[in-house]
Write a protein that binds this ligand. Sequence first.
Ligand code: NAD
Length: 294
Amino acid sequence: MAVAFLGLGNMGGPMAANLVNAGEAVLGYDPAPEAAGMAAKAGVSVVDSPAAAVAEAQVVITMLPSGKHVLDLYREIVPLARPDMLFLDCSTIEVADARAAAELAVAAGHQAVDAPVSGGVVGATAGTLTFMVGGRSEAFIAAEPYLHRMGAKFVHCGGSGAGQAAKICNNMILGVSMIAVSEAFALGQALGLTDQALFDVASTASGQCWALTTNCPVPGPVPASPANRGYEGGFASGLMLKDLRLAQAAAETAGVRTALGEHATDLYAEFVAEDGPGRDFSAIVTTLRENGTA
Ligand code: NAD
C-alpha cells in the first residue's frame, strides 16, 4: 500500500523524497503548484486532492503550517480512510490541536501519532531528522519504519500531544538561552571583552549551552555557526517565534507561569517585526547589541 503525503513544502518535500528513495510508493498532494512540481521531480506521484492520495494509502503523513490546517484536513480525510489507517502528523502545532486531531482519527478506529521534528530543511533533506512522538505504544511501533526512513532519531515521549509538548519545551529553552547568550555578548563588548575571550571562558564554564557552543550568535568563535554567513541558512527567527507562541499558548492552557518564555516571545516578536522572519534566530544578537550601546 502507498503512503499518502499531504504538505510537500520546504520540509514535507524532502521528507517525501526520502520515502521514495527508500522504496515507498508515495502519493502526494499540495495545493501550491511549485511544491507539487518539486515533489513530482523527486519521484512522488502527485495527485489533485487529499482524497485521491488517501484512497490508495494505508498511512497518511501530514507536514502542514498550523493546527487549523491539520484539523481541517483531518475532518476531510478521516471519514475517507481505509480501516486501521495510521495518521502521522509531523507539523509543529498546538498541543491541544494535536490531541484533537489524534482524537478524530482514533475515534474512527484508526491509529494516530503526533511526531514533530527538529533538524530543519537540512535534516529533512539528509534524512537525519529527530522525531518527538506522542501517541499510544502500538501507534508508535507502527510509525517507526516510516520515521526511520525520514530521520535518524525518534523518541516516544508519551501519549497523544507529548511529541508537541517536548518540542515546544525544548524550543522555549533554546529561545531563552539564545537571548541570554546574546545579552552576555552585548554586555561583554560594552565592558571591553573580546567575543573570543568570552567564548573561551563561557564555553568551558557554567554558561556552556548549545546556543553558545554550536550556534554561537557572533562571528568567529564557532566557524560553522550561521553568524559567519550573514545568519543565512539556519533556524529561521519566524519559526522560533512560532514555537515560542505555541509554548505560551500551552502554558496559558496548563496554567503554568513561564516568565522568561513570555519575555523571549516578546523580544522575538519585536525582532521579527524589524528584521523579518527569514534569518537565523541567533541574529537577535545584532539588535540586542545595538540596544545595549544606544
Ligand atoms: P511550508 O510552508 O514550506 O510547507 C507547508 C506546505 O503545506 C505548503 O507547501 C502548503 O501549500 C501546504 N498545504 C497547506 N494546506 C494544505 C492542505 N490542505 N493539503 C496539503 N498541503 C497543504 O512549511 P515548512 O517549512 O515545510 O514547515 C511545515 C511544518 O514543519 C510547520 O509546522 C513548521 O513549523 C514545521 N517545521 C519547520 C522547520 C523548518 O526549518 N522549515 C523545522 C521544524 C519544523
